[in-house]
Design a protein around this ligand. Structure first.
Ligand code: SDX
Length: 375
């Protein structure tokens, strides 16, 4: 075997600098451009956080007004994008619908060949503005419901919920949803963000990098976990069955979705903030049984493997209570993380180096093709 040191999964490997966010496993904390994320959730809207991730500073009132006007003007689902979505069968996973719609938007964008920071910021804003319409419309078409056009008099999250459910959201629901969008927005070099950076490092375009990132996020070890958490709850059924279910699952070497993290080894810093948001929804919808199941599985996991929940664990039930179909949970993650992905794409381009690691060969030693006897 080769004597090179292998870093499987790039675990623990620092590959570059980033100024976008700091994930600190030692202090179990997360900063977006230097601001503690719980403070951003308590004091800012997701629109303001998107601006912060892209521009490095929170917007002043004039900047916020201009940014909001630009975003609100682009919210409508273009008829051509609607046709692309309608061409996909109901059996297509919502993540495949989002990936296809984003690819179509990128292919149709007149700015596709312009990789300047200004053009990429504009493309990022377009995706930020349009993803709520894509996700909302895909859920409604599967339910046999009509498209709900956007409203420019509502903030980002209120409009997202308006387009999804056809009614103005209760302030409790809007606040919990907006909190989830802020918490999901950015997390340094996670698998989907690093995918976007690898694609960008070849000087490919922003749309290709976002499409690749969506592909990476779909996996249940990454963004797909929030959908899988709800499937787990459905499988367990009641709090009383959680311990028995977990014993069987662990005996079968199953990964328990919504638990564990590559970086945080003592619990995901975002969980307390998202759990507080979930608690407001549990109170509003009187979902005590769901809370009992949530607590029972967490307690059972703590006593068996001491592996703590990650952000997907409280987010899944929150989206369920808000009314989203389970398969739409990861597309909601896309709508949020597109801000972090595009901030990293722009940062990668600003000081680019082609990302191309080495490998240690452990195949057959050199050998030669037997020359056929020429007859
Ligand atoms: C996200 O990177 C990011 O920042 C991602 C993210 C973001 O914001 O972008 O935070 C979003 O992806 C959160 C993670 C969502 N994924 C899940 O919830 C899926 C379940 N989690 C596991 O698959 C796992 O915890 C990972 C993949 C998240 C992290 O795993 P690691 O760091 O590769 O660790 P590992 O798989 O090598 O596990 C170490 C040990 C193993 O036990 P042994 O084989 O050594 O006995 O811990 C066990 C694992 O079996 N383990 C689990 C487990 N997580 C780790 N066992 C059961 N269930 C789990 N969830």
């Amino acid at each position: 075997m080769a004597d090179e040191e292998i870093h499987k999964g790039l675990a623990g490997v620092v590959v570059d600098y980033t100024a976008v966010s700091k994930v600190n496993a030692e202090t179990n904390s997360l900063l977006y451009r230097g601001y503690p994320v719980p403070e951003l959730v308590a004091n800012c809207s997701f629109e303001e956080v998107a601006y912060l991730l892209w521009h490095g500073e929170l917007p002043d009132s004039a900047q916020a007004a201009r940014f909001s006007a630009e975003e609100r003007a682009q919210r409508a689902l273009d008829p051509a994008v609607r046709q692309v979505i309608d061409a996909l069968p109901a059996s297509a996973h919502p993540m495949d619908v989002v990936r296809t719609a984003v690819s179509f938007i990128g292919a149709s964008d007149q700015r596709a060949g312009d990789a300047s920071p200004e053009a990429n910021l504009a493309k990022a804003l377009t995706l930020f503005a349009k993803l709520p319409a894509i996700v909302s419309y895909d859920q409604r078409r599967r339910r046999g419901q009509e498209l709900v056009p956007p409203r420019e008099d509502l903030g980002y999250s209120a409009n997202f919920l308006w387009m999804s459910f056809g009614e103005e959201p209760d302030p409790v629901v809007e606040k919990a949803f907006d909190a989830s969008m802020i918490l999901y927005a950015e997390h340094s070099f996670n698998a989907s963000t690093f995918t976007a950076r690898v694609i960008t490092s070849t000087l490919s375009d922003l749309s290709s990098a976002v499409v690749g990132a969506i592909g990476a996020l779909k996996g249940p070890l990454h963004g797909g976990a929030n959908e899988a958490v709800m499937h787990t709850f459905d499988e367990i059924g009641t709090a009383g069955r959680a311990a028995e279910w977990l014993d069987e699952a662990l005996a079968g070497k199953r990964k328990i979705m919504g638990f564990g993290h590559r970086v945080y080894k003592n619990g995901d810093s975002r969980v307390p903030t998202m759990k507080a948001a979930l608690d407001t929804l549990i109170e509003k919808y009187e979902a005590q049984e769901l809370l009992d199941l949530y607590d029972a599985l967490e307690a059972a996991m703590a006593s068996r493997k001491n592996i703590k929940p990650n952000l997907d664990y409280p987010s899944g039930p929150a989206y369920h209570l808000i009314g989203y179909d389970t398969e739409q949970f990861t597309p909601l993650f896309v709508a949020s993380r597109v801000t972090g992905w595009t901030a990293h794409i722009i940062e990668q381009l600003a000081s680019n180096s082609l990302i191309r690691p080495l490998s240690a060969y452990n195949g057959p030693a050199e050998r030669h093709v037997p020359v056929k006897e020429r007859v």
